[in-house]
Ligand binder design. Structure first.
Ligand code: CA
Length: 240
């Protein structure tokens, strides 16, 4: 084998493998074409059952999962993956049709990492893919006690926020929400996930109350308010 051909194969072997579960053949081909052009290795399947099978057999680095599939749908596949110890950590990007916000919310709550709404441009998909792959390699930053972002200092030991070195008075739940979102920059969370994440203390927060808390939080963040972004119909995220 010529040396550069050999080198090429070695390089290929180091590229992340992406499993694409999509029943629409044209769309699957487009997605695979774009992923491969970007240097990723791909596996394409058309049913949820095959998706789960390949996830177990090949342990891909990431799964792009269509929600509406004949037979076992994307939601079921996602649930099965998250319950299977061997493959539960594989990141999942869900693909859903526009206007299926409720499904996106359920998918995120089942443990999907991100989503794209159809029709999506290859550019958007590739950006999501590389961002999810990057995050999945990152060490867990949840326990970092001092987060510094854009002039904000979030001190979890003192439960204190300061903006440009000036202390800002936050309620305990406002602080909890801010810290949770800020320690997962770029991730979208549903209201329920936010409630769940900050639960465990004595105070109780409902899903509906999250909007009120976020509004209060933004007010206190002042000119930094846009760091917390609303994702319409889905939830919130801290600006990436
Ligand atoms: Ca479909």
């Amino acid at each position: 084998m010529p040396i550069d051909e050999f080198q090429k194969q070695i390089n290929m072997a180091n590229q992340p493998t992406i499993l694409v579960v999509e029943d629409e053949e044209d769309l699957r081909d487009i997605v695979i074409y774009n992923l491969e052009r970007e240097g990723y290795q791909t596996i394409g399947v058309e049913t949820g059952e095959q998706g789960l099978e390949q996830a177990i057999a090949k342990k891909p680095d990431l799964i792009i999962l269509d929600l509406m599939l004949p037979g076992m749908n994307g939601m079921d596949v996602c649930r099965h993956i998250r319950q299977n110890g061997e493959i539960q950590a594989i990141p999942i990007i869900m693909a859903s049709a526009k206007g299926e916000e409720a499904d996106i919310v359920s998918g995120l709550e089942l443990g999907a990492d991100d989503y794209v709404t159809k029709p999506f441009s290859p550019r958007i998909l590739l950006a999501r893919v590389s961002s999810v792959l990057r995050r999945s390699k990152q060490v867990d930053v949840v326990d970092v006690s001092l987060l510094k972002i854009d002039g904000l200092t979030i001190d979890t030991k003192k439960f204190q926020l300061s903006i440009d070195n000036e202390a800002i008075d936050l309620t305990k739940s406002e602080f909890g929400i801010l810290h949770f979102l800020a320690s997962h920059r770029g991730w979208v969370f549903t209201r329920y996930q936010i409630v769940d994440a900050i639960r465990g203390d004595k105070y109780v927060v409902t899903e509906r109350a999250i909007d009120v808390q976020i509004a209060g939080l933004r007010k206190k963040l002042g000119s930094h308010a846009d760091l917390i972004e609303t994702v319409r119909g889905v939830g919130y995220r801290f600006k990436e």
